[in-house]
Design a protein around this ligand. Structure first.
Ligand code: DGJ
Length: 385
């Protein structure tokens, strides 16, 4: 009995040691944390803070309720991006029936954390849907903490842009067009009307819808919340207040009527790059890419960044974040989710190096790769170490 226990303990220690020894990314494979448990951080983003990376994502559970928030936002830390230590639940759901906007059973998606230098606070934004209301609330919400790993305290949720027109608003967008409410969805006339402010007018007073989202801090420390709005037809970029906890009211549209979600952004050589997906629920589709010289646009649509087999379904994944690798110039990792809606906890992660051909972001599948692909001598693509 004693011997069995000792052997079990040794095996456990060996298992932990093994779990700590990852030296490469293996897109789509099970990704064990320091306990040997598959990472549970979906729709994730990464914060880099004082030598540590912090991964924040949706904690999913098994089975039918697994895509609603039953637990909260999970945090992991890492020094090398391959090996992740479980830091627990950074933002916990409120108890069921507590009446809180983030009560158990609400929907909390795509959490992104940024650090605010002025206040010294860590600020988490996420897409929030109120319990029992499907995806109709379409709100973006904020929580704050004094520590990267949390606990985060819920602040409030928003419909951004209430009572404010976008910066690029044409005067005629402000006026309803006779018969516009009767236009049949998905017809060319309806798409044109959407691109010319149909839904912006509809949501002008309550504020604009905000679903899939990300947050971006620019070199001047100004921060922006980029979200799918207008029933997912148009992306909006909205400036955050200096404390990153609210909106200044300055906002603009991106790709009007383009039907984009899953926005992920990076900045390289003074230009802004966006990767998005189309809108097909939990099913993958072809990614899109955009470039702009200012965050307010105009945004120029480029090609599907993915190349090779499965490029039309982004290697069976959907974008969530473009991660700048600390200490390596112009090195970004494309982070994406493989959703498994029947058993959400099984969802996988596709991380690939992002390359650029001129302005065009490019992705290429690799079964296994490491950060050396970003070194000058190795810059041509993914290695298979
Ligand atoms: C796709 C989105 O990108 C996900 O975050 C999630 O909202 C699902 N749609 C829900 O169907």
């Amino acid at each position: 009995m004693k011997k069995t226990l000792i052997v079990a303990a040794l095996l456990a220690v060996a298992g932990l040691a093994q779990a700590q020894q990852r030296t490469a990314f293996e897109p789509g494979q099970v990704w064990p944390d320091n306990h040997g448990t598959h990472l549970n951080a979906h729709g994730a983003g990464v914060l880099y803070d004082r030598g540590h990376y912090y991964l924040f994502g949706e904690h999913k559970i098994a089975g039918g309720r697994g895509n609603s928030a039953q637990v909260g936002v999970h945090c992991y830390s890492s020094k090398d991006l391959y090996n992740w230590t479980d830091e627990g639940i950074a933002l916990a759901v409120a108890p069921a029936e507590s009446g809180s906007e983030i009560e158990q059973g609400s929907i909390i998606e795509r959490p992104k954390v940024v650090f605010n230098k002025k206040t010294g606070k860590y600020v988490m934004w996420f897409h929030l849907e109120l319990k029992g209301k499907g995806y109709s609330a379409a709100r973006t919400a904020v929580a704050v903490s004094n520590k990267a790993t949390g606990p985060y305290v819920y602040v409030k949720s928003y419909r951004p842009g209430a009572g404010r027109w976008p910066l690029g608003c044409a005067p005629e967008w402000k006026q309803p067009v006779p018969g516009e409410k009767d236009l049949k969805w998905w017809t060319p006339e309806w798409r044109k009307a959407v691109a010319e402010g149909l839904f912006i007018r509809r949501d002008f007073e309550p504020g604009q819808m905000a679903r899939d989202m990300t947050v971006f801090v620019d070199d001047d420390d100004k921060a922006y919340n980029i979200h799918s709005s207008e029933d997912n037809l148009t992306l909006h970029v909205a400036e955050l207040t200096p404390d990153y906890q609210g909106f200044t009211g300055r906002w603009n549209t991106i790709a009007p009527a383009g039907h984009n979600e899953a926005p992920a952004i990076c900045k390289r050589n003074g230009k802004y790059y966006l990767i998005t997906s189309g809108c097909t629920g939990w099913d993958p589709n072809a990614a899109r890419s955009f470039v702009a010289s200012t965050i307010w646009g105009p945004w120029q649509q480029l090609d599907n960044p993915a190349t090779g087999p499965q490029a039309n379904v982004t290697y069976n994944s959907q974008s969530t974040y473009l991660l700048p690798v600390a200490g390596k110039k112009d090195a970004f990792i494309f982070m994406a989710d493989r959703w498994t809606p029947k058993n959400p906890i099984d969802g996988g992660y596709v991380w690939l190096p992002l390359r650029f051909e001129g302005d065009q972001p490019r992705l290429q599948w690799a079964d296994r790769w490491n950060l050396s692909v970003f070194d000058a001598t190795n810059a041509q693509g993914a290695a298979n170490p």
